[in-house]
Ligand binder design. Structure first.
Ligand SMILES: [Zn+2]
Length: 237
């Protein structure tokens, strides 16, 4: 049986698998596209799609779980409770049109924003993006300094399939703002992960020893991102 780029296959346990050819992919992989609500199987060539489809079938349980977790996440609307660097924050409408502000109340932190509907959720997202920029820029600088590395350009993006990426050649690092919904140690691990790629572009044992030097044992953080990735990505602005 032959497969083609862009084809969609039904998955046992619900959901769909979209086939994608990316000549730059170095290996077969499966990711969750939270916005589309489907799994994506990536292979470096059309010829290898069969292999990644077979691989996806062995992962059907995992995929169904991730797609279901996606639905549990709350949208940004007044009354919703979200997490920011491990803290629980309640969203509240202020009326009016002001930007989102974090306020400490006796009941805990509240993120209060103007706007209604889409406008409300956009303002909350903007607040998260700024919070992500502040936190990740600072942690990036700390890790660069530890490794004696020159500054890099840090961008905050909204990639759904990856938490971050590093281009050692352009000396630029991109982070998904959504990682600040994770505990701070996990977001810090992401910064260490990307900075360590300036030293090693691969995921070799030498690379992981650089990560360990920066933050110690990285395994719990990797596990956290694997287990919560889909639900974090499902929070919809
Ligand atoms: Zn990496």
């Amino acid at each position: 049986m032959s497969y083609r780029n862009g084809q969609r296959l039904p998955l046992e346990g619900g959901g769909a698998l979209r086939l994608s050819v990316n000549p730059r992919a170095r290996r077969l992989s499966i990711r969750i596209d939270a916005r589309a609500g489907e799994a994506v199987a990536v292979a470096p060539s059309e010829r290898r799609l069969g292999e990644v489809v077979a691989f996806a079938r062995t992962k059907a349980g995992w995929i169904a779980e991730r797609l279901a977790a996606r639905l549990d996440a709350q949208p940004f609307e007044p009354g919703a409770v979200v997490t920011w660097l491990g803290r629980t924050v309640r969203l509240e409408a202020s009326g009016g049109a002001g930007a989102a502000r974090l306020i400490d109340t006796p009941e805990g932190p509240v993120l209060r924003s103007g706007g209604e509907g889409e406008a409300f959720s956009r303002r909350i997202e903007n607040w998260f993006r700024r919070a992500a920029r502040d936190f990740l820029t600072e942690r990036t600088l700390v890790h660069l300094k530890t490794l004696g590395q020159a500054p890099v350009k840090v961008s905050i993006v909204d990639t759904r399939s990856r938490w971050g990426s590093c281009s050692p050649h352009n000396r630029s690092i991109r982070y998904s703002w959504r990682v600040v919904m994770a505990p701070p140690a996990v977001a810090d691990y992401l910064a260490a992960h990307e900075v360590a790629h300036l030293v090693h572009a691969d995921h070799s044992p030498a690379y992981w020893s650089v990560v360990t030097r920066l933050i110690g044992d990285h395994r719990p953080h990797r596990r956290w991102l694997r287990e919560h990735g889909a639900s974090l990505h499902a929070v919809d602005g």
